[in-house]
Design a protein around this ligand. Structure first.
Ligand SMILES: Cc1cc2nc3c(=O)[nH]c(=O)nc-3n(C[C@H](O)[C@H](O)[C@H](O)COP(=O)(O)OP(=O)(O)OC[C@H]3O[C@@H](n4cnc5c(N)ncnc54)[C@H](O)[C@@H]3O)c2cc1C
Length: 864
């Protein structure tokens, strides 16, 4: 095979340059050729394969089942290639890359042994100017970096590494000829995936093996061998359906995300689910044991501890076992490993584990490794020290965009981009599986194909529309970065010092590099951008300039998942149902939801309402009382809900605020229309004020709170109490309250559909509750009260995507204007229901903390 250098006959002005001839570069070239774009691929190695060309260390294999880790773009290709085992070895995967290159005759457009050194955008010419290691200059309209996420080895940061005179190997740059460790004293430095895969095999040959470990990593047995029939059957039965399921899955491998939460299930369920994942030997299953494992540390600990038990059961020496048990990070916040006999390797007498925390390397010497208290001699050292992941290969090229701005400079505090595909100020420059996309949190083959297809379609569309350049807007990019950050914040990923966070490379900015929202959500996002006329991109050319500016994902990622999930249930709109059926549907939806935190006591009782007894539920903190009292009014549009329907929220507020919460079941419409709910509200507050001590409360310390229609009742109650001269209310917490019957405010128009509480549903609620004339009364629309002065201090929470947003804001402003001490926050990216969904919409937790702190503040003595 002759993989020669770029020949002089190669064109130096092409439509597209693709850098890298791994799986991404190969498929990109194939697609561009199909579309008729003149293309050159530049590759530093002397053959195709990328990762699988460079990483030839013993034991190198994929860690996604190979029948999933494979191209799916051509059914004929799939027929023509059969994988030999569950996790194919590096040589087999490299053979596959070569097979693909030959099958589509790709090599003729690839320059091997050619490194791209620099790239500069020429604004006058609307082209990129590239410079290669051979000092060749190439002009291209579009510049695609298919340079891989794990292709740039991390720079050596171990003192004295260059001094060693024995054999030196890097797992990421393994020699092509066979390496034999027979009879040798070998050191392996690093215990990430490459270390975990190679150590058992090196131990088989070496006379002595010393493993230097900085961080113990979670690893599960691969259970390699032939693919089990039950695993391959769905693919064989219906290839297209199987591939479709992979593309629309969370991690690029067909699976159904579990709804089982560790925090809300029994030890038996924990064990059963964990063992199933363990036996499967698949990382995708390990990531799907519990729905909350990547969100709550306590849930993660349950899973992590079961893995640690497995390690302790295998490793005979208890001290070594403890060192091999990962303790410093939550499971799956660093890439977990798949292994074959890794932990058992440490039972062999010639294998030793050195913990770099207690025995840091002082220096590498000519003959071995010096630790603070001993010098170890070696014949060979293997560095399995990992990569400058995701951004390393990109910024190692001197890329300069518009106005002379260097990419390295723009990304100095972390990679800023839109969809992980493009970055503002760098027109016509694309990255494949770069930071900002699911990338290394997914089956990369699925993510590569999705990116390549998106880019190819984009270039074809530009050409069809007579456009030449494309570039994201600053707004779209900033919006994507916010969305990326929102996603990261609801997970445990940022808590780990991982390469996902850039934490393995000294001085690298600490940001979560891959997108955590999932392959399915991400794919839909990219599709939606296109369907929205390339939302957030500016395109220009002879046909003019076209730009629909905007932000593609604005709802908090966890709330967006809830909305999507509800959509799949195909429920009838509540406003099309009679009230009793709507109540039934709501009740069913509440079954099985997370209950919220444990508190001291929950007790049901009855109190006298305006027209008869009303049930209530009392939530008591675990701390010793007496506690201040919050009378709470539930949501549900005066029609739905009851004293226990907001159970999780009440528990949460009780725990966080250390107040006694009493949720009152006021009468509901249409059976009891206006003003029944309001009359019950004030009656309940009066009775509770009079019986505070009996209830275990602190007399004189009483506030009200309510959500939605409950917020309406709370606000009205405050007005009625003020007008009647009592009882004294210390504060009002109004969460997305109904304050006015006007349904024409902008938030009704903007958010009237798609965010659970819809405009038609709100109209249905009003129709059930009050006649047209009654609605305008302050007792129904507290915003219309002629005077708001003298009301209790208020804390008003509105949500960005709520039809009721603007009336909540209006009430907060009116209170402030009337001199009422009031605070208002708008929950960015949240909907009407978000903040009540305890342990489901986790991004709401900080806002609930603020609500609780407001409640506490109501009861603080006023400074004299
Ligand atoms: C040991 C190992 C195992 C892995 N196992 C899996 C797995 O099981 N499942 C999975 O989904 N992912 C796995 N990955 C991730 C893997 O990188 C991707 O699956 C995939 O191979 C990436 O393909 P790519 O074409 O995007 O990048 P790469 O395969 O990394 O190819 C990039 C190419 O670009 C070239 N290049 C870089 N910079 C330049 C430059 N400036 N000029 C010219 N050429 C350049 C490099 O030489 C390289 O050949 C693994 C990674 C490693 C390191």
């Amino acid at each position: 095979m002759d993989h020669t250098h770029g020949t002089p006959s190669r064109p130096q002005d092409v439509d597209v340059v693709v850098v890298g001839a791994g799986f991404a570069g190969l498929y990109m070239l194939h697609r561009l050729r199909q579309l008729g774009f003149s293309t050159r691929v530049l590759e530093a190695a002397d053959d195709v394969g990328g990762t699988w060309y460079w990483n030839r260390y013993p034991g190198a294999r994929c860690d996604i089942v190979t029948t999933d880790y494979t191209y799916s773009f051509d059914p004929e290709l799939e027929k023509a290639w059969t994988w030999s085992e569950k996790y194919a070895t590096q040589p087999e995967i490299l053979r596959y890359a070569r097979f693909v290159a030959e099958r589509y005759d790709l090599r003729r457009d690839i320059d091997f042994r050619t490194r791209v050194i620099a790239a500069r955008w020429d604004s006058g010419d609307d082209r990129w100017q590239l410079r290669t290691s051979a000092d060749e200059r190439i002009r291209c309209r579009y510049y695609v970096m298919a340079t891989g996420c794990l292709s740039q080895p991390k720079a050596m940061d171990i003192p004295g590494a260059e001094r060693f005179r024995g054999q030196v190997y890097f797992t990421s740059r393994w020699p092509h000829e066979e390496v034999n460790f027979e009879g040798k004293r070998v050191a392996v430095i690093g215990t990430g995936s490459s270390g975990v895969q190679s150590i058992p095999l090196i131990a088989r040959q070496a006379k002595q093996l010393t493993v230097f470990q900085r961080t113990a990593n979670f690893s599960i047995p691969a259970g390699n061998g032939p693919v089990k029939p039950e695993r391959s059957a769905p693919l064989e039965t219906n290839r297209e359906a199987y591939r479709h399921a992979g593309r629309w899955s969370r991690v690029g491998v067909p699976s159904v995300p579990t709804m089982v939460m560790a925090l809300y299930s029994t030890p038996e369920v924990h064990r059963e689910r964990f063992e199933a994942a363990w036996q499967s030997g698949e990382l995708a299953e390990l990531a799907n044991v519990f729905a909350d494992q990547i969100i709550f540390r306590e849930a993660n600990d349950i899973l992590a501890e079961m893995v640690r038990e497995k390690i302790r059961a295998v490793v005979k020496d208890p001290a070594t076992a403890e060192l091999l048990c990962p303790q410093d990070h939550a499971i799956t916040t660093k890439r977990a490993c798949l292994d074959t006999g890794y932990h058992a390797t440490f039972n062999q007498p010639h294998v030793r584990l050195v913990d770099l925390h207690s025995h840091p390397i002082t220096t590498i010497t000519e003959t071995g490794v010096d630790l603070p208290d001993e010098s170890l001699a070696f014949d060979a050292i293997v560095f399995a020290t990992g990569f400058d992941a995701m951004t390393g290969a990109i910024v190692s090229v001197d890329i300069v965009g518009r106005d002379g701005v260097a990419l390295k400079q723009k990304w100095a505090n972390g990679p800023l981009n839109y969809l992980g595909l493009m970055t503002a100020g760098f027109p016509n420059f694309f990255t494949i599986t770069g930071p900002g996309s699911p990338s290394v949190l997914s089956n990369m083959m699925v993510s590569i194909e999705q990116h390549v297809d998106w880019i190819a379609d984009c270039l074809a569309r530009l050409r069809a529309d007579d456009m030449v350049t494309i570039e994201p807007t600053e707004t779209a990019e900033a919006g994507w970065m916010t969305h990326m950050n929102d996603g990261a914040q609801i997970t445990l990923f940022p808590t780990a010092n991982s390469w996902y966070m850039g934490a393995n490379v000294p001085g690298k900015p600490r940001v979560l590099l891959p997108y955590v929202g999932g392959v399915d959500v991400y794919r839909k996002t990219c599709d939606d951008v296109v369907a929205g006329d390339y939302l957030g991109f500016r395109r220009s050319g002879p046909a003019g300039t076209r730009c629909r500016d905007g932000v593609i994902r604005r709802v908090q990622p966890d709330m967006a998942l809830v909305i999507d999930l509800l959509a799949t249930l195909n429920l009838p709109p509540l406003e099309t149902l009679p009230a009793d059926q709507a109540r039934f549907v709501m009740g069913q939806l509440n079954v099985g939801r997370p209950t919220g935190p444990e508190i001291g006591e929950i007790k049901d009782g009855e109190l006298p309402g305006a027209a008869g007894p009303l049930p209530y539920r009392l939530y008591r903190p675990a701390s010793p009382g007496p506690h201040p009292v919050v009378v709470y009014f539930h949501g549900g549009g005066w029609v739905l809900g009851s004293h226990d329907s907001d159970d999780p929220l009440c528990r949460d507020l009780c725990k966080r605020s250390d107040a006694l919460i009493i949720s009152v079941n006021y009468r509901h419409a249409p059976e009891a229309r206006y003003p029944a709910a309001a009359d019950d509200g004030i009656a309940a507050v009066r009775w509770i004020a009079e019986h505070t001590a009996e209830l275990g409360g602190r007399p004189g310390a009483l506030a009200v709170a309510g959500w939605s229609a409950g917020g309406n009742i709370a606000a009205v109650t405050c007005q009625l109490a003020r007008d009647a001269g009592g009882p004294r209310i210390a504060g009002q917490l109004l969460l997305t309250p109904v304050t006015d019957c006007d349904t024409t405010r902008p938030s009704y128009i903007e958010n009237g559909e798609g965010y659970i509480l819809t405009a038609p549903l709100m109209t249905w609620f009003w129709d059930h509750y009050a006649d047209a004339t009654d609605r305008t009364q302050p007792k129904a629309s507290p915003l219309r009260a002629p005077d708001l002065s003298g009301l209790p201090p208020a804390f008003v929470v509105t949500c960005e995507f709520d039809p009721l947003r603007d009336e909540g804001i209006a009430y907060a402003q009116a209170l402030a204007a009337a001199g009422v001490p009031s605070r208002h926050i708008t929950a960015r990216g949240h909907t009407h229901t978000s903040l009540t969904m305890v342990d489901v919409v986790v991004s709401g937790a900080p806002l609930r903390a603020e609500m609780a702190s407001a409640l506490r503040s109501f009861f603080e003595p006023t400074p004299s």
